[in-house]
Ligand binder design. Structure first.
Ligand SMILES: O=CCCCC(=O)O
Length: 483
């Protein structure tokens, strides 16, 4: 048994120790439902960051020489600890990020799944041998750890997103420097604490909280970090890619999406609408794989829209700690402004607000926005092209398979996508024609530890999850033998 930490360590974790920063500067963290501060985190100074990457370099030397069975058993213990902590950790996540406790609990279990999955994959890092030009040649290919990894994740899934980077990196034998987000840092720090308790050696995991741009710049310019993994916005991705290019650091980028849902007339339309509502408003729409454009065959559009609105009306907006709540607040003030702007733009373009459309006036505090449904949405509305990260569902129609695919592929993004049909040919053809890293057919559940998660186009590159996920943290080394 591992007791849940009574004091959440809002500290830096460097060389196996929880430390205050060299300058003593801290940042407050707020509950988005109450706007009340729930704690503080340290701001790592340049000296702290330098200590962090030096420790990570030493940790790498230890961990890359630790056998795969030991790495596997250690990572498995992290999963076990996180499962033990899930009930309390869920309430903490709700405090800092806003999502309903039930969703937070699901996130912690999915987080533990990442560690479980990569505990197994640690023992399955396969090499190969190839015969060379000459019968005397043998080429042996081994996959070695890429080196020190810098991991930057977004605030919308403060446990799952770091876990998707930490678990495969540890499995591959890398050391990891995590920069938790300032909006929701405590869940990420809990993972670090679980790693410590599980026996991950000093320096193998480091946590540095503080200003994103300064810390990332220092890490990438350090000459020690060999791999950068980001889940974040396209703008941040571009900035970090420039830095990585200057330093020839390898990158994986998960940069968001704008997932189309194609609903064909042969689908179970009501089941599709219910599943779409549950998925659309999960985490208040702040999900990179969130279905965000509902593209419905015109013959069933009215039925779909009615069922969608009816299911949306049943949602309960409120504080995530209330057991009745099914949709929590947006996570921060920026999201409110962005959501309001998207709705205003769509309405001025000619869209109709069929439900919601504004900040919920019942709440004096907190970032509560009504679950919103837009219909008659003109193609040039920003809600159909900009990543929304908002509880707003635009419904548009199509009249042919080709038009459905054209609309689905009309954004710069290509992360998740969804198809609802009972026709096997339509399912296959649509999933092959949609430009996306993932396609859910008659399901909205595409994010699971055993499947590769990642995008194409401006949604980024690299994969997290599945047996593919560990490859991003390895390099192939060829040894060419002449016998
Ligand atoms: O925001 C991106 C992560 C998606 C995780 C999920 O859908 O569970």
């Amino acid at each position: 048994m591992h007791a849940f930490p009574t004091i959440i360590p809002g500290r830096l974790f460097i060389d196996g120790e929880w430390r205050t920063g060299a300058t003593g500067a801290t940042t407050e963290v707020f509950n988005p439902a109450t706007e009340i501060a729930i704690g503080t985190i340290e701001q790592a100074s340049p000296e702290d960051v330098a200590d962090g990457f030096a420790a990570a370099e030493r940790g790498l030397a230890v961990w890359r020489n630790t056998d795969a069975w030991t790495r596997s058993a250690t990572i498995r213990r992290v999963a076990d600890i996180l499962r033990e902590w899930a009930p309390e950790a869920s309430r903490l996540m709700t405090d800092e990020q806003g999502k309903p406790v039930r969703e937070a609990e699901a996130e912690w279990l999915a987080t533990a799944d990442q560690f479980d999955w990569y505990a197994d994959e640690a023992r399955r890092i396969y090499g190969r041998t190839v015969d060379g030009h000459s019968t005397a040649n043998r080429i042996i290919v081994r996959r070695e750890p890429v080196g020190v990894v810098a991991a930057f994740a977004a605030w919308n899934f403060p446990a799952l997103l770091p876990a998707r980077k930490i678990a495969p990196a540890l499995a591959a034998g890398c050391s990891v420097i995590l920069r938790p987000t300032e909006e929701a840092p405590f869940s990420s720090l809990l993972i670090v604490r679980a790693c410590e308790l599980a026996g991950v050696p000093a320096g193998v995991i480091t946590a540095l909280t503080g200003p994103a741009s300064r810390i990332s710049e220092q890490l990438i310019n350090s000459g020690i970090v060999r791999k950068l993994s980001l889940t974040g916005s396209g703008a941040v991705g571009r900035t970090l890619l420039h830095l990585a290019a200057d330093n020839l650091v390898a990158v994986s980028m998960e940069l968001g999406g704008h997932a189309p849902v194609l609903v064909f007339e042969d689908a179970d339309v009501e089941a599709a609408a219910r599943a779409c509502v549950a998925s659309k408003f999960r985490n208040t729409g702040q999900v990179c794989a969130s279905p965000s454009r509902f593209i419905v065959q015109d013959t069933v559009a009215q039925r779909f829209t009615e069922a969608f609105i009816a299911a949306t009306r049943e949602l309960q907006l409120g504080d995530g700690h209330d057991p009745e709540t099914t949709v929590g607040p947006l996570s921060n003030r920026r999201q409110i402004a962005q959501t309001e702007a998207l709705v205003a733009d769509a309405v001025s373009a000619g869209a109709t607000v069929a439900l919601g459309g504004q900040r919920d006036p019942r709440f004096e505090h907190g970032y509560f926005f009504e679950p919103t449904v837009l219909v008659n949405v003109p193609p040039h509305s920003k809600i159909l092209s900009d990543e929304p990260f908002a509880p707003v569902a635009p419904i548009v129609t199509f009249d042919s398979f080709e038009q459905a695919i054209e609309i689905a592929n009309s954004t710069v993004f290509g992360l998740a996508s969804y198809v609802w049909t009972t026709n096997l040919s339509t399912a296959f053809l649509a999933s092959e024609r949609i430009e996306a890293g993932m396609v859910g057919v008659n399901t909205m559940a595409v994010a699971t530890a055993e499947a590769p998660f990642g995008g194409v186009k401006e949604s980024g590159f690299g994969r997290e999850g599945g047996s593919e996920g560990i490859l991003d943290y390895t390099v192939a080394k060829a040894t060419i033998l002449t016998l």
